[in-house]
Design a protein around this ligand. Sequence first.
Ligand SMILES: [Zn+2]
Ligand SMILES: [Zn+2]
Length: 219
Amino acid sequence: MLELLLPQRCLACGRSGTAVCRRCLDSLPRIEPPLCARCGSPTAWPVRRCAECSGRRLAFETARAAVAYDERVRAILAGWKEHGLRRLAATAADLVEAVIERPAVDALTYVPPDRSRLLERGHHPAERLARELGERWQLPVAKVLARPRSSARQRGSSLAERRRNVRGAFVAKEAPRSVCLVDDVYTSGATASASASALRRAGARRVVVVTFARALRLR
Ligand SMILES: [Zn+2]
Ligand SMILES: [Zn+2]
């Protein structure tokens, strides 16, 4: 219902019309090959490991994202999180479907919300995105992960702090053998890796990660 009360302006450019206008939608920076086969970072040529992920222990097999996290994507995600615009989950899923190949897995799951943030917002973008992708890819969505404690806010913390904060932040019940973990943004990979660890402890043999957006480090 909230959606009806909001002024219809593009979250990215402010033009009146829809929540994301066609011009912005068409020009969002899609992440396309060549990529690092492991972490999905764009690279000059296809590589198995890149400067960003080599030497790191990542619990997932691969990570892929649809768009680069730029100012417009940041604005769209902020609007999505604040207002819970249902159709933004569909828009994000359309982009993911257009850019990323359907993963060969048994099921999808999602990074669980921090309890306090879920209460604040009353909705969870990662779960909504997973459900939209489940419909498009004809895959079941399993609720597997939970956060046993409230984790520290990630924003503004250093990479080392982020990794420390998320270690042990997730628990999983019985996980599908082969599973795709869905989240809205891939930032340092620490959250995805900690979630993937929990899935593997709960029986997953293979974990791949799919996100709507991905932060790109300067190379
Ligand atoms: Zn726009
Ligand atoms: Zn990499």
